[in-house]
Design a protein around this ligand. Structure first.
Ligand code: GYE
Length: 324
């Protein structure tokens, strides 16, 4: 029996070696594939965490990564995709900064026979088969989760009116459109909820501060709820609320999305009431998908990570270090 056990273990090791799994953390080995990745920018801790995770997981999986940062410009992303095509990478992946305007360059990738993976955000197109799959959050659900938290809070408060201001992410991006739609669809019909105004903060801390300053000057203590599409803008807005003489988390309900360490610490301090998690750790799924595509395997059309909601309803001491 013992001989059989050893033989089985040896067979398993041999299979792993042959399957290339042993390529992980195996410096000097031939790259298993060349992946071209166009990252949209460095606008937030989320984005920086996403970039870091993709770089780390490329190394772990033995994948050669050609990454270009577009600095928030769609034209830079399109130029990068064209360079990847010219370089004949095995797989192209990118996080489209906005949903429209990708058809021509993706047709060129298709003609070159290079599979394309959408990471984080998606595109809108009438064309078929311009990309293989999407790996990213269900942003509509994130908006629904944010609104459901507010409805529960409203039920507990007994108040009959909640005037809401919304600070949105980059115009025409998937997270902006879907976080808005999920939230508004969920509060629709609840007569307690009144949206005063939505303003575009472009996912940037500085713009979040500007938006909050404008909203406070216009509505002042008429604001009961701030719904911000990401932590970066929330971190910009909070000091403005305090400088105007209000206590965020107490005088005004603050709801945010992403769940980076800095915002989670502020949630624990009671200045944010709810953070809907949006994980940037998409690197492993991307690498496994790229390897499957190179091997001609089918991949799932959409992969959404499981995401949590952290709020003042929970025991926040249990939240593990966030890593971004
Ligand atoms: O919420 C924000 C980043 O696309 C999910 O983009 C991402 C969003 C994220 O700038 O912080």
């Amino acid at each position: 029996m013992k001989g059989k056990g050893i033989a089985l273990i040896l067979l398993l090791v041999l299979c792993l070696l042959l399957s290339g799994c042993a390529a992980k953390n195996n410096p000097g080995a031939e790259p298993r594939l060349l992946l071209g990745f166009s990252q949209l920018g460095s606008e937030s801790s989320w984005r920086i965490g996403n970039t870091k995770d993709i770089e780390e997981k490329a190394e772990t999986y033995g994948i050669s990564l050609m990454m270009e940062n577009a600095n928030q410009k769609q034209e830079n992303q399109i130029a990068a995709l064209r360079r990847f095509i010219a370089y004949r990478v095995d797989v192209i992946a990118f996080s489209p900064i906005v949903e429209e305007g990708w058809d021509n360059v993706l047709k060129e990738a298709k003609q070159a026979g290079i599979p394309v993976v959408l990471v984080d955000r998606t595109i809108k197109t009438e064309e078929k088969d311009l990309y293989e799959c999407l790996i990213g959050a269900d942003f509509y659900q994130e908006g629904v989760s944010a609104a459901n938290y507010l409805l529960r809070k409203a039920d507990r408060s007994g108040k009959d009116r909640f005037q809401i201001v919304e600070i949105t992410g980059t115009e025409d991006s998937t997270p902006m459109r879907q976080r808005h739609a999920g939230f508004m669809d969920t509060i629709a019909g609840d007569e307690r909820m009144q949206v005063l105004e939505s303003v575009n903060g472009d996912f940037l801390k500085s713009r979040g501060a500007e938006c909050m300053r404008y909203l406070l000057e216009k509505y002042g203590d008429g604001i009961d709820v701030i719904y911000s599409h990401n932590d970066e803008m929330t971190l910009g807005a909070l000091p403005e609320i305090e400088q105007a003489g209000y206590m965020p988390g107490k005088d005004m309900i603050v709801i945010s999305i992403d769940g980076g360490q800095e915002a989670i610490d502020i949630l624990k301090a009671g200045k944010i009431n709810c953070i809907v998690e949006c994980t940037p750790m998409l690197g492993s799924t991307l690498m496994e998908t790229a390897l499957a595509l190179k091997d001609g395997k089918n991949v799932d059309p959409e992969t959404h990570p499981t995401e949590a909601v952290f709020s003042d309803e929970d025991d926040l001491s249990q939240i593990a270090p966030r890593g971004y």
